[in-house]
Write a protein that binds this ligand. Structure first.
Ligand code: NAD
Ligand code: UDP
Length: 315
């Protein structure tokens, strides 16, 4: 298949391009490099089945620029994703998930391609239901530090719904829960990249709040396997959580990272950011049922691979 991957130079997108190439597909990665890195593509850039196009998906010309290729699938991973970065680029985040999603949906409509949108567990906000099922509508602040991201993704889902209902575009939505692994940017400010980078440098780990808040961490290879199934299984119009249901407090995470790296430094406590969700864990029964998917890589094993990667990039 010819597959367009928007956000292909980012953490998840670059891992996914590698997977698609290994399955024999032809891949076009479009990325404006606002938070992504060209070096994430080093291992595939010379592959004849891979093309990198540096472009912004909010550009009104993007559909015309890609008119010579007929795509069978369009994956939309383009968006700043870590809280520090979407807060640094709030307008860009709002626009890539609204205008950018519309532009990419137009390409899918033109080519009769499947459209897979990378949404997020942030659509559940600071959840009042636990674990989170796809049927939960969320508890989101529309006017705060995280709203440029949360509401943009909610808009992205809504425009996917409209293109499905009004134009019959074959849309499929994944709500990604916290994912980690190789090709994460050590500077993106997420908890795994911060803790691992700090531990490798022998520094104290920065804990926001008292560390009792929870997250559930999915290794990237598990996630991208699920994203591939979103293409091959019959899931038109479905919204599916992908994440690892293993739930950890940030204090537990800090302890595991320090132990794996052999860091004897301590923890420095800082203020909890505004609207930071207190707990998060996916209910993945729908992914199990419709995709036959569940994660296989435990946190301690995924962290080992991630630490190896970070050791090669952290100075
Ligand atoms: P990332 O920042 O590493 O990758 C995003 C990529 O999109 C970057 O390469 C960036 O340069 C590119 N991009 C942003 N705006 C663009 C634009 N206007 N035009 C072209 N390219 C643009 O983030 P990631 O962790 O790989 O996340 C990928 C997707 O998955 C995002 O949509 C994110 O919201 C979603 N997601 C990720 C996680 C996670 O834990 N990694 C969790 C939930 C949702
Ligand atoms: N966090 C932390 N120290 C850090 C970075 C993040 O304690 O150096 C906390 C953050 O406040 C949140 C959790 O770790 O409670 C996960 O943060 P991340 O930015 O990775 O993802 P998100 O909040 O979007 O789930």
């Amino acid at each position: 298949m010819n597959i367009l991957v928007a956000g292909g130079a980012g953490f998840v997108g670059s891992n996914f391009c590698q997977l698609l190439l290994s399955k024999g597909h032809k891949v076009w990665a479009v990325d404006n490099l606002i938070t992504g890195r060209k070096e994430n593509l080093d291992s595939i850039i010379n592959n004849n089945d891979f093309s990198f196009i540096q472009a912004d998906v909010i550009d009104p010309q993007i559909k015309d620029r890609l008119e010579e290729i007929e795509f069978q699938a369009v994956y939309h991973f383009a968006s700043p994703a870590s809280p520090p970065w979407y807060q640094k680029y709030p307008l860009e985040t709002l626009e890539v998930n609204s205008i950018g999603t519309k532009n990419l949906l137009e390409i899918a409509k033109r080519d009769n391609a499947k459209f897979i949108f990378a949404s997020t567990s942030e659509v559940y906000g600071d959840p009042l239901e636990h674990p989170q099922k796809e049927t939960y509508w969320g508890n989101v602040n529309s006017f705060g530090a995280r709203s440029c991201y949360d509401e943009a993704k909610r808009y992205g889902e809504a425009i996917c719904y409209t293109y499905l209902k009004d134009f019959n575009v074959d849309v499929r939505i994944v709500r990604i829960f916290n994912t980690y692994g190789p090709n994460m940017d050590p500077k993106d400010g997420r908890v795994v990249s911060n803790f691992v980078t700090q531990a490798i440098r022998g520094e104290n780990l920065t804990m926001y709040g008292d560390g009792s808040q929870t997250r559930a961490f999915c290794y990237v290879d598990d996630l991208i396997r699920g994203f591939y199934l979103m293409l091959t299984k019959d899931v038109t119009g479905e919204v599916i959580n992908l994440g690892n249901p293993g739930e950890f407090t940030m204090l537990e995470l800090a302890k595991i990272v320090n132990k794996k790296v052999g860091n004897s430094s301590q923890i420095t406590y800082q203020d909890l950011p505004q609207d930071d969700p207190k707990k998060r864990r996916p209910d993945i029964s729908k992914a199990k049922e419709l995709l036959g998917w569940e994660p296989e890589i435990a946190l301690k094993d995924g962290l080992e691979k991630t630490i190896e990667y970070f050791k090669t990039v952290v100075k």
